[in-house]
Design a protein around this ligand. Structure first.
Ligand SMILES: [Zn+2]
Length: 288
């Protein structure tokens, strides 16, 4: 998609000025007609398609010509934004525990802290080593990602996905006893603050050698997930170098389902964390 846009822009750059002017004039007529037909909601920058009613059809004009033509046709110079490119930041809640976009971190516990999803289940064809389950929509996406990974000769298992408040409480207690609170807080969430409790997250691995270790990110499966996870709606929730934002060390194995739209939008914009994407405060540590 980006390639096509650049190709169009490149073509336009090589058009002689006279041709551009003629095209611009023709476009002006069509746009003027479009305005008369109530067609200003159409986005002239979308050059593909081919429906004869679209004002963008006559040419692949240079992008600089579009605002000029539009201005002459409508008398205003409002920016033209293709509706399909506007990302709806409010499509889902980031606060409600049930939402696929819920943002849980050390400053944002689940509400209620004892939340339990109502559509947990196993995933066909994907083994859950430590038992557990995942929410249905995330499970479907995980199954598809697993199938496609297998088609490339890769395989992965789920170490753990959904964890209840009680289970998280047990785990966290073990880690605190073993490592102390400060250390435990860098890799294990307190009960009520774990993304695993949302039912949208899973820890993936392919071999015990790098299970729950940073080296997983350098395995073929780890790279597949980092590169292609977004196409299935998954993000690597705790990227390398973002501990000051997310509160957690690099966890290339921990994926979070947010849906394809958001995951792809984050990938396209180069935004790695949910905190940054939604303009939330950094959450390096608990408030108390
Ligand atoms: Zn995890």
């Amino acid at each position: 998609m980006g390639g096509a846009k650049h190709a169009d822009a490149g073509l336009a750059r090589f058009l002689p000025a006279t041709v551009t002017a003629v095209v611009g004039f023709a476009l002006g007529l069509v746009v003027a007609w479009g305005v008369g037909q109530g067609g200003t909601e159409q986005a002239p920058s979308v050059a593909s398609g081919g429906a004869s009613t679209s004002p963008e059809v006559p040419a692949a004009p240079s992008e600089s010509a579009i605002p000029r033509v539009s201005a002459s046709a409508s008398g205003t110079a409002e920016p033209i934004v293709a509706p399909s490119t506007v990302f709806d930041m409010d499509k889902y809640s980031i606060d409600e525990a049930d939402s696929p976009w819920v943002v849980v971190n050390k400053l944002r516990p689940l509400d209620p802290k004892t939340y339990v999803p109502d559509d947990l289940g196993a995933v066909n064809g994907v083994s859950f080593t430590d038992g557990g389950s995942i929410r249905a929509e995330a499970g479907d996406a995980l199954a598809q990602m697993h199938e496609d990974a297998q088609a490339e000769g890769l395989n992965f298992r789920v170490s753990n996905a959904y964890r209840s408040y009680a289970r998280q409480n047990d785990l966290y207690s073990v880690y605190v006893n073993r490592s102390g609170t400060a250390k435990a807080d860098t890799f294990s969430a307190r009960p009520g603050y774990s993304e695993h409790q949302t039912g949208w997250s899973a820890d993936l691995y392919d071999s015990d050698a790098c299970r729950l270790l940073a080296c997983f990110g350098d395995t073929e499966v780890g790279r597949f997930i980092a590169d292609h996870g977004a196409e299935y709606g998954f993000i690597v929730r705790y990227p390398e170098g973002d501990q000051d934002i997310t509160g957690y060390i690099y966890e290339p194995w921990h994926v979070r389902y947010v849906g394809v739209d958001l995951a792809m939008e984050m990938r396209d914009r180069g935004v790695a964390t949910l905190e940054e994407f939604f303009g939330l405060p950094d959450a390096p540590s608990y408030a108390s």
